[in-house]
Each structure stands twice: as C-alpha cells, then as structure tokens.
Unconditional design. Structure first.
Ligand code: SF4
Length: 480
C-alpha cells in the first residue's frame, strides 16, 4: 500500500487495483527473462510465485513462512503510525543479501513481495549496453517536432547503476538498489567509440554518469557479504568510517574517452556526490573534473543548509558543501577558467519550518547564490520523505516531524529561496513577519516594498498600487 499525493490517501497495492497477475519491481531484466522463459515452457502464471523482484496476491493460507509482515492495508490507511512502521519494514528488506519476503494483508488477500532481484553482474550489464539501440526517440514523435533535449541523451553514456547515497526523498534505492554495479571500462569505451561514428556527432559527449556520476565501487567491503547497513547511511550525516573512496578507475576511463579520435569534450552532467569526492585523499579526480568535465556550470545538490532539514533528507550537513565550494573555486581560479557551481535546493521538505527557510535565504545571500530554479518538495510514492509528509513521523525514530503543507506556507518557503526577485518581495515580507524575523525586512528585501522600483513586474506594480489604496477600515479609524 502506498500514499498517493494526488488523491491524498493511502491506496492499496497496484496489483489489487489493476487486476494484474504479477507485478515486477526494480530494473526488471532478471524477472522478465525468467518469467518469459517459464511462460514459454507452459507454466501457469498463477503458479509462478518464486521469482525475486516480483509481487503477487494470494490466499493468506498460502503465505510463505519467515516473512516480514507490514501492518495491513486497512491499518495503514487508517493509522499513521502503522503506515510509518510499514515504511520502515519495507525499506529494511530492500537489500538483495538479507532482504526477506515482505507481506501485507489486503482484506481477504495477502500481498506477497518477494526479495529484490540480484544486481546484474558486470558481464550482464555490458551485454545489455551492447544491444543495438537506436539512441533516438520513436519516429511517432516526428510529427510533434521531435523530443527536446534528445541531443544530450543521445550522446550520453551510463556507466553505473545503484546509489548508496540513499537520500530520503529519492526512490533510486527502491528500484536500482543501494549497491553499485558498473559496466566494464571496455564496454564504456566501445560505446564512446560508437558515438563518434554517428552522423550527427559533433565531438561532445554530454555525460558519463548514472544515478551518481562518481560512484563506481561498492561503498565498503563488508556489504558484498552482508549487505548494506539497515537504517544507516554511508555518507550522512557524516561519511561512515568503513567507506572506501576511490575515483581511480573512473578517472582512467574518462582519460581514455578524452583520447578517442573525434571526441572534443567529455562532460559530466549527472550528479556528483561532492561529500564522497571530498573524502578522496588523492585530488587528481577533482582537478581533472574541474579542468576537463565541466561545461561552464557544475550542478550539485546540497538541497538545504539547515542541519535539521538535511537530517530529515538524509543528506550531509552544509559544511561538506562549503568545503567543496571552496575547493571548486580555488581550482577553477588556479586554471584561469570561468565556471560556476549551480546548487540544487529544495523548499518545504518535511522538517523545514519557515525559520529554516529563512536560514536558507540568508545562506544564499551570504554565499552570493541566486538560484534560477528551485524545487518544491512533492512526495514521490514509497519514499521515506513521503512517509514523513503523510504521517508527520520519522519512520526510523517515530519522532514527530514538522510538515509544511498549506499552499500559503509552501509558496512562502519557495519564495524565500528567490527572495531577490522583485515579484517575491511581498510574499517574502509576509513570511519574514510570520517567522518572527521583521529584522530582515530591509536586509533580504527593501524596507519599503510599496514604492515602484526598476525591474518590478506588472504583478508587483499592481500589488504596490493595491497596498497604497487607503483601506476602508483605516479611514473609519482616522475619522474617529
Ligand atoms: S558499513 Fe558504512 S559504508 Fe558499509 S554499508 Fe554500512 S554505512 Fe555503508
């Protein structure tokens, strides 16, 4: 069962609502090949209940033994604590080594989720990437003028899968897993070579990345035998002592791609985990990243500056970003380049009160960051952050979490991230008053927000005119 934001309610398993016989989750390659072989051999779909990475519904008497049982659909849809407990149980069993079968009663039926499929081996991954993809959109899109941004996708290379970053608002851990698997260098180089023979290749490889560009190895040795730690993150709030940091293979691969005939530039546009990067004692990777692989702007995702919010996001504290920012600009300056960091930021994540949003506005001002785009938190099905949004509880501690939910507060938190925009002044002023920070009127926004200024939008001008119109009540007061 999962929380659906659009309906603002808990919905039962997709299996129940769709009437499907079997549901595959994860990346699906193992499941789909095994299922099709078994169906081709005449097995009945209703008897195929043992494929990892699949879910099915059954009579409760047929439930396998030794499962982890979540509170039922009926319980989680009526009781938020039960929903939070169910979320934790599901997350704790997403590991391909120790994950158990998870079950959840739905009325008279039992939903059974088999443990996740095993990750593909490097050979299997290489085989998939050697298939003759067209690297283009379906011809049916031609009549709509094609697909914007196809160039970037067409000339980008995926070298890895999985992410041990494990941010609470992200669903990658649920479908790709936290364990890193990667293609061989040979397979990646062959793909790069193939790109150079495409008729419209202009010499630019737009990305050599994946869910996190600079992960090519598992985060530690122990996970290969015992799986990734339950309820503990490899990088947040601080890097685990067992973390193995190594960029050497990725670096070598990038060097070789740069040398391929016909390749002018190789960019990295997938997210870089800068906290992982800063743990590398060898600075060759950061130097070459900045020198060769940034196309003017490097996008990174600190997401917030408040430790309270970052803890709820499962992200490292802002000091890690500050250290990276300092190093980035030192190296950039040293090589005489003009290029910038573009930080991704998120407003209204669970844990963020108006006070934290004001702190973020001040952080942006102090660091001379003026984000062009900001992302407002919306709950993706199944994530830990979504559980916090719906229940107001952290499923790992069962502590209460503040959740900004009203349209007004979400708009205020969002506007605070772009406090410098004239059209946001009025709402920022209201937010500052509400947050008890009148002292910042005149600091983040001009003290007098009513006079029309250069750069004001039409909306802002109208707002000012309206503010300047004497209100009836005020007149009555004066007459008295
Ligand atoms: S020991 Fe540390 S690095 Fe390894 S899985 Fe656990 S948290 Fe991650």
């Amino acid at each position: 069962a999962h929380y659906d934001y659009w309906d603002d309610k808990v919905r039962p398993s997709v299996l129940l609502e769709s009437g499907a016989d079997l549901l595959m989750y994860g990346m699906g390659e193992h499941q789909i090949t095994e299922l099709s072989e078994r169906l081709a051999n005449g097995e009945n779909i209703h008897n195929i209940h043992d494929i990892r990475g699949t879910c099915y519904l059954t009579e409760p008497v047929n439930t396998p033994i030794g499962c982890a049982e979540c509170p039922s659909f009926e319980q989680v849809s009526q009781n938020k604590e039960a929903y939070a407990r169910a979320t934790k149980i599901q997350y704790d069993h997403q590991d391909e080594i120790y994950g158990k079968t998870v079950i959840q009663r739905h009325g008279k039926l039992m939903l059974v989720q088999n443990p996740p499929a095993y990750s593909l081996t490097q050979e299997e991954l290489d085989k998939i990437y050697s298939l003759p993809y067209t690297r283009n959109y379906h011809p049916s899109y031609e009549k709509f003028g094609g697909v914007p941004g196809i160039e970037e996708v067409k000339f980008s290379i995926t070298h890895n899968r999985g992410c041990f970053g494990y941010c609470n608002f992200c669903s990658i851990a649920l479908h790709q897993g936290r364990r890193i698997t990667c293609r061989s260098e040979k397979s990646v180089l062959e793909e790069a070579e193939r790109l150079t023979h495409m008729p419209d290749f202009k010499g630019y490889i737009h990305d050599v990345g994946g869910p996190t560009a600079n992960f090519r190895n598992p985060s530690c040795e122990k996970q290969l035998k015992s799986g990734l730690c339950k309820g503990k993150k490899c990088l947040a709030p601080t890097p685990c002592k067992a973390l193995k940091v190594d960029h050497s293979e990725y670096l070598d691969m990038l060097r070789k791609i740069r040398k391929i005939k016909g390749v002018k530039r190789v960019f990295i546009r997938s997210g870089i985990r800068y906290d992982y990067l800063m743990e590398d004692k060898n600075d060759e990777f950061i130097r070459e990243l900045i020198k060769y692989h940034v196309s003017g702007q490097l996008k990174v995702a600190p997401e917030h500056c408040s430790a309270v919010v970052l803890d709820k996001m499962g992200k490292p504290h802002i000091e890690a970003y500050k250290a990276f920012q300092k190093r980035f600009y030192e190296i950039t300056k040293g090589i005489g380049k003009e290029q910038y960091l573009v930080p991704y930021l998120m407003s209204s994540h669970p844990g963020s009160t108006l006070r934290e949003a004001v702190d973020l506005a001040l952080f942006l001002r102090d660091n001379k960051i003026r984000p062009e785009q900001v992302q407002d938190f919306y709950p993706t099905p199944g994530t830990i952050s979504t559980c916090m949004f719906y229940t107001g509880l952290d499923p790992y501690t069962m502590e209460k979490v503040y959740v900004p939910k009203t349209a007004e507060e979400k708009a205020m938190q969002r506007a605070l991230l772009q406090y410098f925009r004239p059209q946001n002044r009025e709402i920022v002023r209201k937010a500052l008053i509400k947050a008890g920070r009148r002292d910042l009127i005149g600091v983040l926004i001009p003290a007098d927000t009513n006079s029309v200024r250069k750069g004001d939008s039409d909306w802002q001008k109208n707002q000012r005119k309206q503010n300047q119109k004497p209100k009836k009540k005020a007149n009555r007061n004066r007459q008295k």
